[in-house]
Design a binder for this molecule. Structure first.
Ligand code: ATR
Length: 273
């Protein structure tokens, strides 16, 4: 029987994951089937149990179930533990669930490999302090930036993240207005503002010479934050499509023990946008 994989979320209709994983499977000659499954709130455990009886071997978990998946896991990688959220499950034969979070490493690979941004020694501004930001902090800190400043509308949430991750690198918390007069080598937008076509209220002139901007969101048109970065003179201002493909590749490698090529898939998605 062909091994079954799927992404579970709500909504799920527009997920690009089935296309991405089908391309990976074809390129690596893996006999798998990958579906997208709509799950009702509070029904994740049942949906996973059902999927298991149908030959399910692994799952991606997306909004709004990443915390539920965290709670259901039997064992967690360190990065999933610190993320407090899970985007990848391995359905072990003994009935247990192994859980990982590949979002952060997906972001890091897109930044450092696909876009060639230097994170080591860089002073980075990270916008937002919600689940998306917590999900990527450990892999970002492991790249040894000189400092990450977490700026958020609600400063107390940024402060709580700094406390939680203080052992892993140099972190500080800020409000947006306090960024005036500071400067950064790169800015990563992890707020949900892009979803509303908005940009957090950032001061002008906070980009160092050669600085880059990265929006963890992606869209067919340049996002509001990508446009902001372009106006501010960033060397590159890019969206998070590559992160989506890279996190998928990390999940695929965990399930199938083979690393797919990501650049052709990123290009494919970009061209068909
Ligand atoms: P996610 O899982 O996408 O991170 P979340 O946990 O609800 O979702 O967090 C959303 C983040 O986007 C928060 O940092 C939020 O700021 P607050 O903590 O102050 O609410 C931020 N955010 C959402 N809309 C925003 C906007 N219009 N401008 C600035 N920040 C915004």
């Amino acid at each position: 029987m062909t091994d079954q994989y799927a992404v579970m979320g709500n909504p799920i209709a527009h997920s690009k994951s089935p296309r991405i994983h089908a391309a990976f499977a074809s390129e690596t000659h893996q006999d798998i089937h990958y579906d997208k499954l709509l799950v009702e709130q509070g029904q994740l455990a049942e949906a996973i149990a059902n999927f298991r009886t149908q030959g399910g071997k692994g799952l991606n978990i997306t909004v709004p179930f990443k915390n539920d998946a965290f709670d259901l896991a039997d064992n967690l990688t360190e990065r999933a533990q610190l993320a407090g959220a899970v985007n990848t499950l391995v359905l072990n034969n003994d009935g247990t669930l192994h859980a990982d979070n590949t979002d952060g490493i997906g972001l890091v690979r897109d930044l450092t490999i696909n876009h060639q941004f230097d994170l080591k020694g860089a002073r980075i501004l990270l916008l937002g302090a919600g689940g998306a930001v917590q999900g990527v902090l450990l892999p970002l800190l492991q790249q040894q930036p000189s400092e990450i400043v977490i700026a958020n509308r609600t400063v107390s949430k940024a402060e709580a993240l700094c406390e939680k991750f203080s052992a892993y690198g140099n972190l500080s918390a800020s409000g947006f207005e306090d960024l005036n007069g500071q400067s950064f080598d790169g800015i990563i937008n992890g707020t949900a503002a892009s979803l509303q076509g908005e940009v957090p209220p950032l001061p002008d002139n906070i980009l160092n010479e050669g600085a880059w901007c990265y929006d963890m969101m992606y869209s067919n048109e340049p996002t509001a934050f990508v446009q902001w970065g372009e106006k501010q003179g960033a060397t590159q201002s890019v969206d998070g499509l590559g992160m989506l493909v890279e996190q998928a590749a990390e999940s695929f490698a965990l399930w199938r023990d083979v690393k797919p090529n990501t650049s052709t898939v990123i290009q494919l998605l970009r061209e068909s946008a």
